[in-house]
Design a protein around this ligand. Structure first.
Ligand code: NAD
Length: 279
């Protein structure tokens, strides 16, 4: 099947790399044009993970253009509502409409129990992973309403938005909060045929998961753990026999929720988790 989102325009946050880039490519493959934003630098103390760069965002743009679709990019921090609004305004002006929002940008921080978490880390994760999602949606709602043809909003939460894991309580709280945002926006925007759903990935093969800090966290017994050392412990988190999923697996769920195939689905927390939430 092709053209599942033909003629639509998607706004994607955190699109320089990882899942955000994959969503841009997957939606473009099915006919969408894209407004892609990313902060493109280190934010919020996520030191263990190398930051995305302006070159990464440019590569996303090249990939989308290579598929014959149009793309508008901007370096924007999702904590900055005004900058979000001007990026969306400018993108809609250039591409003519807006239909799909994927609020995907986020940071992963871990390593401390909640009572030992620093105020700085708490604020960073809540500001980006929760308030940043609210601001990303707030910036686009006026365009969806004035467009008058409904829309699909997809918020990236996590398995950690549906169950608790130790030593990353700020992330768990923010991702649970995303479910609250999703449900409330769904209730408030439904009468305008705007659907709102969330996706809940398990470990996903992007820099946020596949990095030195994660490897050391999973394998404190090894001096220099590599990706292959993650396989066995990561598999224990799942029902299906895999340690992680690929970004395209999340993109396929996003594509379904973005397309009219899901036209009567709203308020759904959709897992892509190899059965993690069953455990
Ligand atoms: N990788 C995983 O295992 C996993 C699992 C569950 C959920 N998630 C969630 O999926 C989403 C995408 O993460 P990913 O796996 O692609 O990681 P990633 O680190 O590869 O990509 C995240 C992107 O978001 C951008 N970003 C971060 N803070 C930003 C800000 N303040 N403003 C704008 N852009 C910002 C980064 O620059 C980066 O390009 C995140 O919300 C993350 O919490 C990831």
């Amino acid at each position: 099947m092709s053209g599942r989102v033909e003629g639509k325009v998607a706004f994607i946050t955190g699109a320089a790399r990882g899942q955000g880039r994959s969503h841009a490519v997957r939606l473009a493959q099915e006919g969408a044009d894209v407004i892609a934003i990313d902060v493109c630098k280190a934010v919020g103390g996520s030191e263990g993970i190398p930051p995305a760069t302006p070159e990464d965002l440019a590569e996303t743009a090249d990939l989308v253009k290579g598929l014959g679709r149009r793309i508008v990019t901007a370096e924007v921090d999702v904590r900055d509502l005004e900058a979000l609004q001007s990026a969306v305004d400018s993108g809609v002006e250039q591409l003519g409409r807006l239909d799909i929002i994927v609020a995907n940008a986020g940071i992963g921080l871990g390593g401390a129990t909640l009572d030992q978490t620093s105020e700085e880390d708490w604020d960073a994760v809540i500001d980006i992973n929760l308030s940043g999602v609210w601001k990303s949606v707030k910036a686009v709602v006026p365009h969806l309403l004035s467009g008058g043809h409904g829309g699909s909003i997809i918020l990236t939460s996590s398995v950690g938005g549906l169950k608790a894991l130790a030593n990353t309580g700020h992330y768990i709280a923010a991702k649970h909060g995303v479910v609250g945002l999703m449900r409330t926006f769904a209730v408030e925007l439904g009468e305008h045929s705007i659907r709102v759903n969330s996706v809940h990935p398990t470990n996903c093969n992007t820099p946020m998961f596949m990095n030195e800090s994660t490897m050391k966290m999973f394998r404190p017994d090894l001096e220099n753990p590599g990706p292959e050392d993650l396989v066995a412990p990561a598999r224990l988190m799942h029902i299906l026999p895999v340690g992680w999923v690929e970004a395209v697996d999340i993109s396929n769920a996003v594509l379904f929720l973005a397309s009219d195939e899901s036209r009567y689905i709203t308020g759904l927390p959709m897992t892509v988790d190899a059965g993690s939430t069953l455990k």
